[in-house]
Design a protein around this ligand. Sequence first.
Ligand code: FNR
Length: 183
Amino acid sequence: MSRYRIAVVVGSLRKDSFNRRLATALARLGPPEFEFHQLRIDDLPLYNQDNDGHPAESVLRLKSEIAASQGVLFVTAEYNRSIPGVLKNAIDNASRPYGQSAWAGKPAGVIGASIGAIGTAMAQQHLRNVLAYLDMPTLGQPEAFVHAKDGLFNADGSIGDASKAFLQAWMDRYVAWVKRHSV
Ligand code: FNR
């Protein structure tokens, strides 16, 4: 049986981030052959093209973790109707030098939670635009705009009953997508 390593990028640095909790809970919905690894992005430098010839250790680490993965899962917060700067910074850092992007060809899933009623819909749409340019085949349906409210998580961190079936179905589609598009 093939094994699949998934690089998980959480678009929030907040300690009690709903999106980090969502990423952790989603990993439990994956099949046994899928391993989910949350990538560290809080120690990356602000992207500066002057550094393309001598990238920081943290950038090299990020790129090698993506390269070693068969898929990427973005779990993002929405800031001011777009993706948080920390996520865009991670994407930019791993996309360069030109022609040496770590993202190219990696199948991706996009999901996110917010306390607002639209559940990161705008941020996800902006992110899809970026991922299209980066040549990442991205799961289109089902869309998952998660409203962070009481009951989303059980006390043990798993997904609560109201959202469990929907998010399990989302994960099943994501797993099939990665299997179809990983090289
Ligand atoms: C927000 N929040 C927010 N929510 C939303 O639904 N749409 C938005 O555009 C924004 N904008 C926004 C900007 C900034 C700077 C902050 C700090 C927050 C609220 C946001 O959904 C909430 O803080 C979540 O808890 C963020 O996700 P994490 O950090 O819990 O994963």
